[in-house]
Design a protein around this ligand. Structure first.
Ligand code: ATP
Ligand code: MG
Length: 498
């Protein structure tokens, strides 16, 4: 029998108006990867925050090596060998990579900080997980994927026995996820126990030994992964039929809406040309770091390209700011939605309708009643889990926050939408809802450019796909009939191809 490291039982946590956890139990063996799964708002992050000492439970107990532990704060958890990589990395963007990894560590303390040693040690840790990152660089300047790697290095530096990963691959491409899997497996083989939270079934079925399912804050059960398959797991999670998963309808592309010609931005992308027509969903895929997000930001006027032209409705457009873009009917769902997309202390309703209330919107003014109705409709359509439309965005679960930003963009009634990883961190049921909305928008003639790292999504939800490699468009495919390996080959850096 495997050695039981951790037992949590009768865990209950109440937030004002919400029972986030109700009598949840969980156990963890040394050397296992145990997945914690459930819909957005099911209570996964709350549960692991109880273990990590971030939240104090209202009931229940935590036993480590058979002994009852009071997890007063994150430091207590850390002393017990529990390290957590949270859903929204709590790193210090202004500090360097090395500082982030070793914050609170001895050679970072006192008046004489040993920078050379800190940088050396950081480099060693990063190398051990195959992350080529300069320890002296500031974390804020790294991509989400790389910030994630810094978090993992930090956990390793603490010699964690229990490693919690809350959606570690949400921002990673397939290849980067595989690198992370390799790291996770090697840690497991060294006896580290890993709690994995993920909405990606590839992660769960590819990595986990067991899975525990939560639904609406309640414990559903625990199974060896061999006894589960995707359909069964969905059933346990949502307990209802989610309908057709990829509802993409075949549409006849209409007039050209957006075209980029020879767009370049030094250091980010070069000579990018693409077009999106009415009614089309066009994919933009590639590895994280290939320049997709940067292209999107330039199309949206958030970053100025050095050269190249953008045409909207076949007319050369001067897009010098996001306001210009929106005035021309083009909107962007940013990748980093926590910081770019939400006013966290504000209610859901205002987050959804504020941008459409501004002078930018060409539609009629929304009355308070309409505003309420519009935002309530989106809340239902995307099943945003909250008691009320006036709930503050910050008290929503990660995935539900994402959905608010999606709703906000949709409420703006734009003609061209650029969606940067629209289903990142969103559960299966809500993914299907977002696909349904995309499909519906396309059939109304709206053009969508979707950046996606998830291959099945990129292949099944688009009409055409552009693949980017190292800042350039390396291929364009009709989505129907193209294979996953053709796309991956076009995405792979040339020096890595055999
Ligand atoms: N700080 C908070 N204040 C009030 N309510 C909260 C707070 N944090 C979480 N909740 C509520 O607790 C419930 C569980 O949220 P939690 O973040 O644990 O979900 P999750 O399973 O991690 O979801 P996701 O997949 O979206 O990340 C939700 O209803 C959420 O709105
Ligand atoms: Mg969560």
């Amino acid at each position: 029998m495997a050695e039981t490291l951790l037992v949590m039982r009768h865990i209950t946590k109440i937030f004002p108006g919400v029972k986030a956890l109700d009598d949840v139990r969980f156990d963890l063996n040394a050397g296992e990867i145990h997945a914690l799964v459930g819909e957005n708002g099911a209570g996964k992050s709350t549960f692991i925050k109880v273990l990590a000492g971030v939240h104090q439970p209202d009931g229940g107990e935590i036993l480590l090596d058979g002994r009852k532990i009071a997890m007063h704060d994150p430091l207590t958890a850390q002393r017990h060998g529990i390290a957590a990589i949270h859903q929204h990395a709590a790193s210090y963007p202004d500090l360097s990579v090395a500082e982030n990894i070793f914050i609170g560590h001895e050679f970072m303390a006192g008046p004489f900080i040993n920078w050379r040693k800190a940088n050396q040690e950081a480099k060693k840790l990063l190398d051990s997980i195959g992350a080529d990152i300069n320890p002296a660089e500031s974390v804020g300047s790294l991509s989400v994927a790389r910030q994630q790697m810094v978090e993992i290095a930090k956990a390793l530096s603490q010699n964690a026995r229990i490693l919690i990963m809350d959606e570690p691959t949400a921002a990673l491409s397939k290849r980067e996820s595989e690198e992370l899997y390799a790291i996770a497996r090697s840690l497991r083989d060294r006896g580290v126990a890993i709690i994995l939270i993920s909405h990606r079934f590839e992660d769960i079925f590819g990595l986990a030994d067991r899975a525990t399912v939560l639904r609406d804050g309640g414990y559903v059960g625990t199974w060896p992964i061999a006894e589960l398959d995707a359909a069964k797991l969905v059933n346990l999670m949502v307990n209802r039929d989610i309908g057709q998963f990829y509802p993409k309808k075949k549409t006849k592309p209409g007039k050209e809406l957006l075209r980029a010609e020879g767009l370049s931005r030094t250091g980010y992308f070069k000579d990018v040309s693409l077009r999106v027509n009415e009614g089309e969903i066009v994919g933009l895929t590639g590895l994280v770091g290939a320049g997709r997000t940067e292209v999107a930001q330039s199309l949206f006027g958030a970053e100025k390209p050095d050269s190249g032209d953008i045409y909207i409705h076949n007319e050369k457009a001067a897009i010098n700011s996001p306001n210009d873009a929106m005035r021309l009917g083009l909107g962007l769902l940013p990748e980093d939605r926590q910081t770019e997309g939400l006013l966290l202390p504000w209610p859901i309703q205002y987050n959804i309708t504020l941008p459409s209330l501004s002078a930018l919107s060409r539609g009629a003014f929304l009355s308070d009643k309409n505003e309420r109705r519009v935002s309530s409709d989106y809340k239902d359509q995307l099943s945003i889990k909250a008691n009320d439309i006036m709930t503050a965005a910050q008290s929503l679960s990660g995935g539900n926050q994402q959905k608010v930003v999606v709703a906000k963009l949709l409420a703006m009634n734009l003609k061209i939408l650029i969606l940067d990883e629209p289903t990142k961190g969103v559960d299966v049921g809500s993914k299907a809802a977002i696909y349904e909305i995309m499909s519906e928008l396309a059939s109304r003639g709206i053009g969508i450019l979707m950046i996606s790292s998830e291959m099945p999504e990129a292949l099944n939800m688009t009409d055409r796909i552009y693949v980017m490699r190292e800042g350039r468009v390396s291929a364009e495919f009709e989505s129907e009939g193209v294979s996953q390996s053709q796309v991956l080959e076009a995405a792979m850096p040339l020096d890595k191809q055999s």
